[in-house]
Design a binder for this molecule. Structure first.
Ligand code: SF4
Length: 126
């Protein structure tokens, strides 16, 4: 079987940190939500971190590269920068007023708020 990832870059690529906190998982759920709505395409941040060249080039071909970090440690942002990718849109969930904790019963209201914020960012011409 070919070693290929099924996530393919399109015009809007979304890379959440998917970290081990409520905010990291909110980032992930937001990316899934936006993908299901057809706003963009969830992409594998781990593949970028692993320096999978085809995935890096695929992400590079996107028109908008959306990074969503759960907190100010900025793991997604730093991973993408380390790979030489240019982030066009960025959200830190805690910067949006959501406190980081280990409660994984995620608030749908929080998820939809971050979804709205990313849509606002994507409406900006860049
Ligand atoms: S940005 Fe924060 S929540 Fe996300 S993986 Fe890093 S430490 Fe975890």
């Amino acid at each position: 079987m070919a070693k290929e990832c099924l996530c393919q870059a399109n015009e809007v690529v979304i890379l959440p940190c998917s970290g081990g906190s409520n905010c990291g998982q909110i980032a992930n759920r937001v990316a899934v939500h936006l993908t299901e709505e057809g706003v963009g395409s969830l992409f594998c941040l781990a593949g970028i971190g692993a320096h999978i060249s085809g995935m890096i080039e695929s992400a590079r071909s996107a028109k908008r590269l959306v990074a969503i970090d759960g907190c100010s440690v900025e793991c997604a942002k730093k991973t993408l920068e380390h790979a030489g990718l240019n982030i066009t849109d960025y959200i830190d969930v805690t910067e949006e007023g959501i406190a980081k904790n280990k409660n994984f019963k995620l608030s749908q209201q929080d998820i939809l708020f971050i979804v709205k914020r990313i849509k606002q960012e994507l409406r900006k011409v860049k």
